[in-house]
Each structure stands twice: as structure tokens, then as C-alpha cells.
Design a binder for this molecule. Sequence first.
Ligand SMILES: *Cc1c(COP(=O)(O)O)cnc(C)c1O
Length: 404
Amino acid sequence: MISRRKLLKTLSSVPVMGGLVGTGLLTPQLMKAAVAQPAERNFFKELGLRTFINAAGTYTSMTGSLMSKEVTSAIAYGATEYVNLDQLHDKVGERIAELLECEYATVSSGAFGAMTIGLAGVICGMDEEKVAQLPDTNGLKNEVIVQEGHNIGYTHALTNTGAKLVKVKTAKELEKAINKKTAMLWFLNANTEEGEINREEFVALGKKHGIPTFIDCAADVPPVENLFKFTKMGFDLVAFSGGKGIRGPQSAGLLLGKRKYIEAARLHTPPRGTTIARGMKVNKEEVLGMLVALELYLAKDHKKEWELWENQIKLISDSALSVEGVQTEIHVPPHANHVPSLRIKWDAKKVKISPADARKKLMDGHPAIATVGNDEMIGMTTWMMEPGQERTVAKRIKEVLSST
Ligand SMILES: *Cc1c(COP(=O)(O)O)cnc(C)c1O
């Protein structure tokens, strides 16, 4: 037990806490928390929360991805000094554009935030009166054309600006839909196969009619080449999530592309206040975290990482297959979350547990393991795990499926 005298001495060396001593504001709980070194505190446990092995993938509900020491150090560094926010965004925008060989860039609040500010920039340009007018788009170009198969929930990022969606199926319909109200054409890379118009044709249609094109690539690294490919292909704006494959801050993202649109997009962001994106603030900690995560991602040995994922998936697959009646399928989604992935299915007569119950058992076990799935199978990836956790997952899946 730490003596009261010693405790007071320790506390008075911490300026804020020291100031609270003797004021009655310092409760015993607060004192105990203040004395423990940050590294010793298990915050999630203190809050009564369970942590888990992520065998599912990059899900917002599961807090996305884990950041490396270099990234968290950059974030911690950012928290220790003041800097001019606009100047920081200017410099980091230039640096990212150089790294990714595109005209300009900015760190956004996720891919979703990138879509909102990108479209807002396209609609308003550098006109500050228009910036202040949104989300009222009266008198402004306010239509965004999307392919029907690309119209998923995330298009809310676009309608946030006050714009509305015009849905089309074919290139012919798209051309017919273009009018003087058309602001932008928006493409969802993840749903490339769900649309009739491919990326190159989409870009060409935009150029033919002088309308900017935007591609949502939120979950499209790996492969690393995608960070370069779509700006070079001719899309005016490209969005990536910061906290998926790049493993930067989960609430950060990247908006890449034409300088004139990105400079216009920035007019909607803090420190400016009378704008639709005032709540999409990206402060210095996340800006630095995003930059460092990107630098590390570009410098990574991607081939080696891919081999690691393949080996991990095979280990888990083999372990599941050792249970009689189990079948597995290793696959790689062609667009978005393009990583080795596993589906585990079984003969219900031989393995008497439903996929939902098996997933619950994995999540309720020690350690907890999060997976995805449906009525027919359990789905897994290993790219969001810490190396070594695949062995725990392999052991647990076998235990759960063989104990029925
Ligand atoms: C994840 C995702 C988003 C949202 O990205 P955030 O970085 O979480 O804002 C948008 N579009 C697609 C296709 C996504 O997968």
C-alpha cells in the first residue's frame, strides 16, 4: 500500500492533480487512477468491456483496425504542441500528394467525410457564399449520378450536402440524365461488378460532358497500387478509409485528386465554422497519424504480408478441416477487402451446431474471437489480427466444431 504522504507527494508532482489535492475534488478513485501509470491501466477492463481477437475484418462496429507504435507515437507527439490547423493540412496535403503521385490531397474524417467534403467542394467551388448556403442547394448544381447497383447506404455522405441522387443503369441512361443541374458522377469501386458501366468508361463519360467523377475506394487497399491507380486513370476525386487496410486512425481518411476540388473541399472543414462539415474535424493528432500510417503502408513488404495472410488462413482452414463433416473455401474478394478469406461450412448431421451458435461460442470464449457469417457459414480473415493469434483461432474453431 502506498502511504498517504507518499501519494500526496506523487500527486503534487502532477500539475493538474496536484492542484486538486485538498480541494475535495480528488476522490479516492480518482487518486488511484491518477497514480497508476498509463501503461498499467487496462482502460477497457476498467469500463467493463471485453476486447477480442478480430477474425472478422475492418468493421466500424469493431473499431476498425489496430495502429502500429509509430502511428500512435505520431498521435501522442501531435498532442503535445500547438500548430496552425490550416497550415498543417496544407503541408500534409502536399506531402501525401507527393507520396501518392497525384495533384493534391487532404486528410478527411474517414472515406465518408471525404465524400461529403469532396462533393461540397465540387458544388460550391471557392465561392464562400455558396459554402455557407449548404445544405440548401437552391440555385446550385445539386444532382449526382450513380449507377443503381452502386447505390448503397454510404451514398448518404453525398446527400448530406443537400444534393440528390439520380440513378441510372446504362451509359446511354447516364448521358440522358446529364443536365445543367448535374454536379458529379459517383462510382463505388466495391460494386464494380454490380454496374454496367466500368471505371474507364465512367471516367470517359465525365470528361466528354465536362463533369467531375468521384470514386469511393474506402476498402480498396490492398493492393497498394490502388492508391495511385484511380487518380492516374482520370477520376477527379478518390476516397480511401484511413483506418482500414492502411491502419491509420479509424476516424481519418484520404481525399485525393484535383487540386481545385480539394482546395474547395477544404473550405467546408474546420477551422471554418459556418459550414456543413464543421463536425467532420480532423485535428493534428489524426493528421499526423494518417500521414505516418500511409508512409509505413507504402514502405511495407506487401508480398511478404500476403504470404503471411495465406499461411494464416491455411492454418485455420486445416484445423477446421480436421473435424469430420467440415468443408472450407479459401477465396479473395476481387474488389474491396481484397485479402485471403475463409468460409467454413459443415454437414449439419455430423456437426450439430448452427453457424450462429458457433460464432457466439467463439465470441463468448476465452479469448473472445469475432467472426462474420450467415445461416450457412462462418467467415474469417486474418489481416486484422496480431501475428500469432491465428494459432488461437485455429485451436478454438476446432474445439467449437468438435465439441457438439
Ligand atoms: C468503410 C466504407 C466507407 C466509410 O468509410 P469510413 O472511412 O469509415 O468513413 C465508405 N464506403 C465504403 C465502400 C466502405 O467500405
